[in-house]
Design a protein around this ligand. Structure first.
Ligand code: SF4
Length: 266
């Protein structure tokens, strides 16, 4: 994997998620290469070949933070801040050091247990939170759709460590892959370790998009009976599959009183 420095864009960017004005991506591109990744459709570089890092992240971020009041920043919506390169390049750790020194806090979304390395910095922030996304209960199936991300057991162990350190934790069951993701089983797996569980549908926009081409290729090879059903379900929020899943999840919610956030519409 080539790593190329880039100084072409701000480090903090506007965030569309409720409760956050800014998001921060320490890397441009993501080595995890999940087949269904939405960000792949907008990628301007080939993530299988090169990842861009911010040149002089510390100084640039310091300048950008100086114009802002302390607040919570979201990390991990477009790329994983704890992808394998972080072990060596420590862009995320540098950003967290600065944010903690300036009184800012973060909500981090990742698939990697490397995040536990930074518990010391998170504990210096007001009300940080860390979430793991997870989409498959079966390890072999997970490997087909997610090329390099860590297995569930490492994600769960990390959630346990974070919760044990009194950091707020959450899970995104995302994306729900119709007839493959067992949402109830994943809720049961993560519930003891998180405060909130978000559930997001697999959502495709155009047949030509990279993520649909990737997922379709895997379905054709390994789940040939499902491709056509996915074409119906993943391109339509109004498909009865999602309404049925919502009813089942609402039943689980009533029975368990878990904090489930069911985000199956788009
Ligand atoms: S970890 Fe997230 S950003 Fe990275 S490839 Fe997977 S879905 Fe995309």
């Amino acid at each position: 994997m080539k790593v190329r420095p880039s100084s072409q864009r701000p480090i903090l960017e506007p965030c569309s998620l409720k409760g956050f004005a800014y998001q921060l991506d320490p890397y441009i591109g993501c080595e995890h290469l999940c087949s269904y990744c939405y960000a792949l459709n907008r990628a301007k570089t080939d993530w299988t070949n090169e990842i861009l890092i911010h040149q002089d992240l510390a100084n640039q971020l310091e300048r950008e933070l100086s114009a802002l009041e302390p607040q919570r920043i979201y990390m991990g919506w477009n790329t994983d801040p704890y992808q394998p390169l972080e072990r060596k390049h420590q862009q995320t750790r540098q950003a967290l050091e600065l944010l903690s020194q300036r009184g800012f806090s973060v909500s981090i979304l990742t698939k990697s247990d490397l995040v536990v390395r930074d518990i010391d910095l998170l504990l210096r922030m007001p009300e940080p939170s860390v979430g793991f996304s997870i989409a498959f209960q079966d390890e072999q199936v997970r490997q087909r759709f997610e090329a390099t991300s860590p297995p569930n057991e490492r994600r769960i162990a990390a959630l346990r460590r974070l919760k044990g350190a009194s950091i707020r934790t959450y899970t995104l069951i995302c994306p729900v892959m119709p007839f493959i993701t067992d949402v109830a089983a994943l809720i049961e797996l993560v519930a003891p370790h998180v405060d909130t569980i978000w559930i997001y549908a697999l959502r495709m926009e155009a047949e030509g998009d990279s993520n649909w081409q990737n997922v379709k290729g895997i379905l054709d090879r390994h789940f040939p009976g499902l491709t056509e059903q996915y074409r119906q379900i993943a391109f339509s929020a109004a498909h009865p599959y999602w309404a049925q899943l919502r009813r089942e999840l609402e039943k689980i919610q009533r029975r368990s009183r878990l904090d489930l956030r069911i985000e199956l519409r788009w």
